[in-house]
Design a binder for this molecule. Structure first.
Ligand SMILES: [Zn+2]
Length: 348
């Protein structure tokens, strides 16, 4: 077993504080496995930590990366159901209080003491990562690691679009924010029978909106000057869409969501940002809107997503735009930041 590895480390809150470093291979506990990382996705949160624009506590120095799949190379003595050589993906709730009511009820994504890979504990932008076995899911040999690594954002989208709101076939759906999570929410909406689907971005999002059209969006709004409200008035009876999924990285987009949703409709808010809002929530009351926050994911959606990736129901073609070696992390980060690439995956 080799003793040293190279990892992409975020070492301070100063913008740009990310570099490749030599690190010891982690040692594991009795209930952990050591995963040799096959592929790791770049998340918007990795970009935020790189640019120092994040709004969560980071345990510096920390190896980035929480979207990954790989092969078990070492198995703790008390691990059952997994062994050396197994191909796996991992959930992200690396540290939780197993006795909290949320953990005990399977909603460990909501445990306030939860700490994830890539900010709370060392993540997967490296060759080896220590993973508590309770986070693992098997993947079949037919599923490449580059795709398996994106199970995590798919689970975020499944949670928002398929669990925290209910989409029925024929429901009109608007997605605000065509970033990776927004596009994966659009994909989950299509798989749930959403029709028509509207995806709303900004003039800078033209490439991402092209991917939205590939996923099945009937209308994409950003560069052409059409107002979302005007387009939504042209859909169905004109009173608004059944469901809005707000995946923009700001709080204030909720204003647009409230404008677009029809009375008695549903909004899932999965995108977030620390800036306060300055608008009235009267529409929420008057239209009797069901507004659902959606955070992270837990066991049931992982099982669904691993199956859907394996069976080909989830086609990552429109989303997975770049596969690079870990040493080329900077160009992968920059391509995602500029919107040229929706989602990049690194191979350590
Ligand atoms: Zn992520």
């Amino acid at each position: 077993m080799i003793k040293m590895m190279t990892g992409l480390v975020n070492y301070s809150s100063e913008p740009g504080s990310v570099e490749i470093r030599e690190l010891p291979v982690p040692t594991i506990g009795e209930e952990d496995v050591l995963v040799q990382v096959g592929a790791v996705g770049v998340c918007g949160s990795d970009l935020h930590q790189f640019h120092g624009t994040h709004s969560w506590n980071v345990n510096y120095p920390v190896v980035l990366g929480h979207e990954f799949g790989g092969t078990i190379v070492q198995t703790g003595a008390r691990v059952a159901g997994f062994q050396d050589g197994d191909r796996v993906v991992s959930e992200t709730a690396a540290v939780i209080d197993l006795n909290s009511p949320f953990a005990r009820s399977g909603q460990y994504n909501l445990d306030p003491s939860r700490k994830g890979f890539g900010y709370g504990v060392d993540g997967a932008m490296t060759q080896f990562v220590r993973v508590p076995a309770r986070l693992l899911h098997h993947i079949p040999n037919s599923l490449p690691f580059e795709e398996a690594a994106l199970a995590e954002p798919c689970c975020v989208a499944y949670h928002a679009a398929c669990i925290n709101v209910r989409i029925r076939p024929g429901d009109s759906v608007a997605v605000i924010g065509p970033g990776p999570i927004g596009l994966l929410c659009a994909l989950m909406a299509v798989l749930s029978g959403a029709d028509p689907l509207v995806v709303i971005g900004t003039p800078a999002d033209e490439k991402r909106l092209q991917q939205a059209r590939e996923i099945g969006a009937m209308h994409t709004l950003g560069a052409d000057g059409r107002s979302p409200a005007e387009v939504v008035r042209g859909i169905g009876d004109g009173y608004g869409v059944d469901v809005v999924i707000d995946a923009a990285g700001v709080s204030a987009s909720l204003k647009l969501a409230l404008e677009l949703v029809r009375p008695k409709g549903q909004i899932a808010k999965v995108g977030w940002g620390p800036q306060p809002c300055d608008f009235s929530l009267d529409a929420l009351v008057q239209k009797e809107i069901m507004l659902a926050g959606s955070f992270s994911h837990n066991y049931p959606m992982w099982e669904k997503v691993v199956w859907m990736l394996s069976s080909g129901q989830i086609d990552l073609g429109p989303v997975l735009g770049m596969i690079s070696p870990l040493v080329d992390w900077k160009s992968a980060f920059d391509s995602m930041q500029s919107g040229d690439v929706v989602k990049a995956v690194l191979i350590p």
